[in-house]
Write a protein that binds this ligand. Structure first.
Ligand SMILES: C[C@H](O)CC(=O)SCCNC(=O)CCNC(=O)[C@H](O)C(C)(C)COP(=O)(O)OP(=O)(O)OC[C@H]1O[C@@H](n2cnc3c(N)ncnc32)[C@H](O)[C@@H]1OP(=O)(O)O
Length: 677
């Protein structure tokens, strides 16, 4: 592959076209930034250059600053690896040129384009500043220029949500000056550049505009509302408040001062734990697409247009929903018309639910439902490209595992056994991606990757409850840590039937480390079934948030009497941090076993599985990454202490012990010989 480079071509019209080339997305790698500086200098020196157009090769402007540079900063702690671009390049140099943009201009890419005098953009181009998803803020002047081009309110929305807009919306907002076809992009850009140079069109230095910012009091009102909103929606994410502070600096003290503050805050955030976690997740998610002996052996995935799904239960209908929504025909097979009708109704309800929640347009919903056909025999299977069998999967030595609800949960576990062909895995990965899931290839074991790793999660909570810790405190502490809800509320949500069935399965598979809590059975006996019947640890009423139910306390006390594990019959006293650790260190311990047995290809796959399958906070980088940040030695000594006090549930695994004693990262590659795949 060609190295990242920047070219300069000067036409007879006197326009220099500076092009960035770094496939696949023209990320602004260090050689690109150096190349840009050199080519701009060269263009400024040359007498034959009248005007400059900046563009990207391969149909894309730029996907932004090279994120791997920030990963290097995390590995080395050397923040000086991030070049000074915002003042040095954008303010001092690029402001004299014109951007010809197509495909995408994200992050630093859009910031370069905004630094230019005008933006000539191809249709359907994605324009956005997604930096906050990486734990940082825009660092090439974006926090200052976007509000000045689109208005403060829209700019705040774009940065805080990280969602891109299209060129068409950008045109309405003032971010885009003109939309032209991709074929005409360069021609029109050259003409614009010459027109502006000749003063036929006005010069626009976006950094110094004030017309869209509004009055200081209006701006402060907007920023205050955004701060309050961010406190609620992103309580553990420092970059949101920091971004608003930097925007405010520019509003109060002018764009240039805003740029200076932005550069300073960017460098502080880039070394934050949040950025480390989120950037790890960015690359970890992409690494799941690289599966040894599947994606590196020259195979091509087959096109899957029609899939037969056998079984229209909860899982089957969820999978069928996901498939039809991605334009894949589905033949849904059931054993009788009653079940078939039920399955179809469930799919219709899934699709309607998405329309009601504003996630799908009605015409797309109609189109999706038209791709579904229910059948009672196999005659329609003639021309299907794939059959997904949900009841007796073992026959095929292949499983796919989706967590409920299957059409919403983003993770797809593809379970590979020694008889599964690489081609089938590859085809499934492709289908998985086309139904907008993230496929992770895993080995076969009870619970597969996610449920196996997280089986101690609820059990740890039950031990704590039986040791006398308040149920609602446990849930609060875990949601403050960053999971969407605590383990007991999660149990309410899943229903107690699931808890009993899953509990039995794990008790059989791992009797040495299963804590048998009588609590769920007691709750069922008292007529509770969690959210399903409105009564669990919490009371569920339509339209209001779950409320802790004080009448559950006597049931919990009964459970404590039965288990009798409180030391001297007294509740243990623990800090909030200890609650987090007593629940999550056993999960890390199980993750170690999963790594040791080679159930996942690499540790970062388990991070992605935990983030997408359990909603483990992405800004903590996933379960293994978080554990390595905490340190294996601390986890090991804590577990060892608790195992002596409270039993084998906490007993450290061999893998953890070994790594802790050697001071090794848990994520360092495990020995290949133990792989289950
Ligand atoms: C100072 C500045 O303000 C700071 C910044 O600019 S930070 C960067 C901001 N930009 C972003 O966050 C965009 C990140 N990229 C993306 O969202 C997506 O890659 C995309 C929408 C551009 C393309 O998506 P898609 O077509 O699905 O391709 P995707 O698989 O994600 O990426 C293709 C390859 O490009 C790499 N890549 C994409 N953007 C990159 C970036 N900004 N830096 C480094 N590598 C990048 C990916 O890692 C992947 O590499 P791989 O093939 O080796 O795994």
């Amino acid at each position: 592959m060609a190295k990242p480079h920047v070219t300069l071509e000067v036409g007879n019209d006197g326009v220099a076209v500076i092009s960035m080339s770094n496939p696949p997305v023209n990320a602004l790698a260090l050689p690109i930034i150096t190349g840009l500086k050199e080519k701009f200098d060269e263009a400024a020196r040359r007498n034959d250059v009248q005007a400059i157009v900046l563009t990207g090769k391969h149909g894309k402007f730029s996907g932004g600053f090279d994120i791997s540079v920030m990963q290097k900063v995390h590995q080395t702690g050397d923040v000086s690896l991030v070049p000074d671009v915002s003042v040095d390049l954008v303010v001092n140099t690029i402001e004299a040129c014109f951007a010809a943009v197509e495909g995408l201009a994200l992050g630093g890419g859009l910031e370069l384009a905004m630094g230019c005098h005008a933006r000539v953009v191809a249709p359907k181009t994605q324009l956005g500043l997604p930096e906050l998803t990486l734990g940082i803020i825009p660092g090439f002047g974006g926090t200052q220029r976007l509000p000045r081009l689109t208005g403060l309110s829209k700019a705040i929305e774009m940065m805080l949500s990280s969602k891109p807009i299209t060129s068409e919306e950008g045109m309405k907002l003032g971010l885009v000056d003109v939309i032209v076809s991709s074929q005409e992009l360069l021609k029109v850009s050259r003409q614009w550049a010459l027109d502006i140079k000749a003063r036929h069109k006005p010069w626009m230095r976006s950094l110094y505009r004030t017309d869209k910012i509004g009055s200081l009091s209006e701006a402060r009102k907007l920023l205050k509302a955004a701060r309050q909103q961010a406190k609620k929606t992103a309580p553990n994410l420092p970059q949101h408040q920091a971004c608003l502070d930097v925007i405010e600096e520019g509003v109060v003290h002018g764009g240039y001062n805003g740029v200076l503050k932005e550069a300073k805050v960017f460098k502080e955030l880039v070394i934050s734990d949040t950025s480390k976690g989120l950037i790890h997740v960015f690359f970890a998610q992409r690494a799941t697409s690289k599966v040894p002996n599947v994606t590196d052996v020259g195979l091509k995935s087959r096109q899957i247009k029609k899939v037969a799904v056998i079984g229209g239960g909860l899982m089957g209908s969820g999978i069928a929903t996901a498939l039809i929504m991605s334009n894949i025909y589905v033949v849904l097979k059931e054993i009788n018309s009653e079940y078939l009708l039920k399955g179809i109704k469930m799919i219709e309800a899934n699709v309607r639910g998405l329309v009601t929640r504003g996630k799908l347009l009605q015409d797309k919903a109609d189109k999706a439902l038209s791709m579904l056909k229910g059948v009672l025999d196999y005659s329609e299977f003639r021309d299907v490209d794939m059959v997904i069998e949900l009841s007796s999967d073992e026959i095929y030595n292949l499983f796919i595992v989706l967590l409920n609800p299957a059409h919403i949960m983003p993770l797809l576990e593809i379970v590979r056994t020694d008889k599964t062909s690489a081609q089938v895995i590859l085809d499934l990965m492709t289908v998985g991606k086309s139904i907008k899931k993230v496929p992770v290839v895993v080995g076969n074991c009870t619970g597969f990757a996610v449920n196996r790793t997280f089986f101690p999660y609820t059990q740890g909570a039950h031990i704590l409850v039986n040791l006398g810790v308040d149920v609602f405190r446990i849930d609060r502490v875990i949601s403050d840590f960053g999971l969407p809800m605590g383990p007991l509320q999660l149990q309410d949500l899943a229903g107690y039937g699931v808890a009993v069935a899953v509990g039995k399965e794990f008790a059989n598979a791992f009797p040495d480390r299963t804590f048998l809590s009588p609590l769920v059975e007691l709750l069922i006996k008292s007529g509770r079934n969690g959210k399903n019947n409105g009564k669990g640890y919490y009371i569920y009423e339509k339209g209001s948030k779950p409320k802790p139910d004080p009448s559950v306390i006597p049931i919990i006390e009964e459970s404590r009497r039965l288990t009798n594990i409180m030391p001297n019959g007294k509740s243990i006293s623990v800090t909030d941090q200890e609650i987090v650790n007593m629940i999550l260190f056993p999960v890390v311990n199980e993750a170690c076993r999963v790594l040791d047995e080679g159930v996942v290809v690499r540790a970062s796959d388990l991070d992605i599985a935990s983030v997408l399958g359990m909603s483990f906070p992405a800004y903590r980088g996933g379960i293994v990454f978080w554990a390595d940040m905490v340190g294996s030695e601390h986890i090991y000594t804590s577990l060892k202490k608790w195992s002596q006090l409270y039993g084998d549930f906490f007993k450290p695994s061999r893998y953890l012990e070994e790594r802790a004693s050697k001071g090794m990262l848990l994520s360092a590659p495990a020995s290949a010989s133990r792989s289950r795949m």
